[in-house]
Ligand binder design. Structure first.
Ligand SMILES: [Zn+2]
Length: 482
């Protein structure tokens, strides 16, 4: 693929070129990527140029009962955090790619929804690429497009045979637009870049991209792999230990989304409902409880008072069957919303709140961060996250922000009066736990960095520097990071 045909090493340009080839070879064959550089490049433009695709230990297998009749399976044991896929899109469209002042709207007959601008333009971009590269037609048209179209073949189809174009304005292959629209409708991803924060805003002009390999993964709301994007480059990592022969799932829609919204988003993939364990639990809670949970969560947005949000949080808790295990994803948003109300009060009345109230608020913040993490399946022992797992219902960014927030609460408690903390520790043991959290939390942060971000501290500073500054703990965190 990469041939070293240049020999003029004294020529600066050729040296740069050869270095670039070396890097692409490292990426392609060994999955070694300079994440900080790629992230920096993504900030200039999400259409990343200098990166190679990487395919980790995965294989495509025929699987009964799946929409496309196939899925991705582990050919060998996979460890937590292992890099499975780095893939450039076949085509991608961002809002800034759209002609200024123009709104492109389409109505999708499959989903009965108004098409988003970027997704509509994506169809023409994919067509354009196939037009220019007719040999790629087969790979795109071998993606699942719903039951009305022929089932895709197991392996990626061989390049389409095509005859030379006889007329300059005629494609060398048949581009069936309805079929292509259906392919995009089933397979397009929204490649939002990493920001270090979670956003639950659904924008009309969200970016849209088509990936040929990532599209072959099937969905689970509680997946064992998670995808993130640097610009339009998709990165898929294992979030759990995956045994040889096990299917690897990614989420098409976030598992923290309320049940009804999730089912609506997944309806075209699972007309009789998503069969994952989370959806089975939600269904067992009953539709009324799920609906009530969603209404109460919405009401939390409008209710600004701490007391009001506390009340709503306990009401949300009652919508889960007592027999349910700790996985209660909507509780993470509920805990976060109560935490936001407490933070707002702390910020507004920092110097007016009595010391005891201040401390109890900070302790509550810490408890809420821990509860939010527990509700998305992070296991705890003695109030500390344990186990070799990364979050699968949320991005690793959310998880790291929670860890930073918890560390910040602990720091605030310590800085106030260390001696008092020790006295309290003697009484309740709570401050002792906090000091343990500082040590173990940072170790855990390292694990998250290594597994979730590829072990790059430079990248961590780029992604979370501003948040760390906002929490006034730059010195502490950076000294821990080294
Ligand atoms: Zn599900």
């Amino acid at each position: 693929m990469f041939q070293r045909s240049m020999t003029y090493t004294e020529d600066e340009d050729s040296e740069v070129w050869i270095q670039r080839i070396d890097k692409r070879e490292e990426e392609l064959h060994h999955g070694r990527f300079e994440w900080a550089r790629i992230y920096a490049e993504s900030l200039k433009s999400p259409h990343i140029q200098h990166i190679a695709d990487f395919r980790g230990p995965i294989e495509v297998k025929a699987l009964a009962g799946r929409g496309g009749g196939r899925g991705i399976v582990a050919p060998a044991d996979i460890r937590v955090g292992q890099l499975l896929v780095v893939e450039k899109p076949f085509a991608s469209v961002y809002p800034f790619d759209l002609p200024t002042g123009e709104k492109t709207v389409s109505f999708n007959l499959l989903t009965n929804r108004v098409g988003k601008s970027c997704e509509t333009v994506l169809i023409s971009k994919v067509m354009e690429r196939i037009w220019e590269n007719p040999e790629e037609h087969a790979a795109v048209y071998n993606l699942f497009a719903g039951s009305e179209y022929p089932r895709p073949s197991l392996t990626r189809a061989s390049p389409t045979t095509f005859s030379a174009t006889q007329f300059p304005f005629q494609s060398a292959v048949d581009i069936d637009i309805m079929h292509l629209e259906s392919i995009i409708s089933y397979n397009a991803f929204c490649p939002r870049g990493r920001t270090g924060t979670e956003s639950d805003k659904e924008e009309f002009d969200s970016p849209s991209a088509l990936y040929l390999l990532a599209s072959l993964f099937n969905h689970s709301c509680v997946p064992n792999a998670q995808w993130t994007c640097f610009g339009d480059v998709m990165i898929i990592r294992a979030t759990k230990t995956i045994a040889q022969g096990e299917e690897i799932y990614i989420p098409y829609t976030p598992g923290v989304m309320p049940f009804n919204k999730r089912q609506e988003a997944l309806n075209k993939h699972f007309p009789s409902g998503c069969p994952c364990p989370l959806c089975v639990d939600d269904r067992a809670d009953g539709m009324d409880n799920c609906k009530q949970r969603e209404i109460l969560l919405e009401r939390m947005k409008e209710t600004k008072s701490i007391q009001g949000r506390r009340r709503l949080l306990s009401q949300i808790e009652t919508t889960y069957a007592p027999s349910r295990k700790t996985l209660r994803p909507e509780m993470s948003s509920a805990n976060d919303r109560l935490a936001n109300a407490i933070r707002a009060e702390l910020n507004a009345y920092t110097f007016e709140l009595p010391e005891a109230t201040f401390r109890s608020h900070v302790k509550e913040l810490l408890a809420l961060d821990i509860a939010a993490l527990k509700s998305i399946g992070i296991m705890f022992k003695d109030q500390l996250p344990v186990g070799d797992q990364l979050p699968c219902l949320v991005s690793v960014d959310y998880f790291i922000m929670k860890c930073l927030s918890a560390a910040s609460s602990c720091l605030v408690l310590h800085d106030r009066d260390r001696a008092n903390d020790w006295v309290e520790a003697a009484e309740s043991g709570e401050t002792w736990i906090c000091s343990c959290i500082l040590d173990d939390r940072t170790t855990f942060l390292f694990a998250a960095l290594k597994n979730g971000l590829g072990g790059d501290k430079v990248l961590f500073k780029l992604l979370f520097g501003k948040s760390v500054d906002a929490m006034s703990m730059r010195e502490f965190v950076y000294s821990v990071l080294g």
